[in-house]
Design a protein. Structure first.
Length: 216
């Protein structure tokens, strides 16, 4: 029997109440999948938290926004990624670290360029018949989110697009996978507070953690 998956979550996206949202996700993955979780909570953008929990994590989940992490702790994060270890990014993770904005393109394969106006419903759909067969989308159906649509086009050529989001403004990629230094990476620009009340989103995020760890 496999040992419990060790998930390290970094919370520092104050605009989206990441601490509260990740508490919901924490309970979900503990109850449904028996994961062992550690959450590193940043209280301000300038908070210098230790990231030592990365050292023995099976998967890193990032839900941060423009944290000013620097020095040894930023080095620790960069070494984690450079070693090809599993990464799951949620919403503002594309600009999660002010001193490492290249993380978006280099690791996630994204192309964050701000977002469309808030307040417009976004219809989330599976990108293709091929995408529907991906393990991350097992048990996941389309749904509606009220978080603003991120501008991400074009994403990297080596990504696998899983979900698109369509609003009255545009259609954009909202979830994809790729390999970075041989390690599995998943990113979604979804992650509005209400998304964590949506069963399809919780399933998507849970599947992404399992997939990144090679357990799905």
């Amino acid at each position: 029997m496999a040992s419990p998956l060790k998930l390290c979550m970094l919370s520092g996206s104050f605009e989206y109440d990441s601490e509260s949202s990740l508490q919901v996700f924490d309970m979900h993955v503990r109850d449904e999948y028996g994961m062992e979780t550690t959450t590193v909570v940043f209280s301000t953008e300038d908070d210098e938290q230790s990231l030592a929990a990365l050292d023995d994590a099976d998967v890193l989940l990032l839900f941060s926004r423009r944290l000013n992490t620097s020095g040894a702790e930023l080095d620790r994060l960069q070494k984690y990624c450079a070693a090809g270890r599993p990464v799951v990014g949620v919403r503002t993770a594309s600009h999660g670290f002010q001193n490492w904005l290249a993380f978006d393109k280099d690791v996630l394969g994204g192309n964050y360029n701000m977002h469309f106006k808030p307040g417009t419903a976004v219809t989330v759909e599976i990108a293709s018949e091929e995408a529907a067969q991906h393990p991350v989308l097992d048990g996941v159906d389309g749904f509606v989110t009220h978080g603003s649509l991120y501008r991400n086009t074009p994403i990297a050529d080596d990504t696998t697009l899983l979900l698109t989001g369509t609003s009255s403004d545009a259609t954009e990629p909202v979830a994809w996978t790729r390999l970075h230094e041989g390690g599995r990476v998943f990113y979604t620009s979804l992650g509005h507070q209400q998304d964590f009340e949506e069963s399809n989103f919780l399933r998507l995020l849970s599947n992404s953690v399992l997939w990144a760890a090679g357990r799905l």
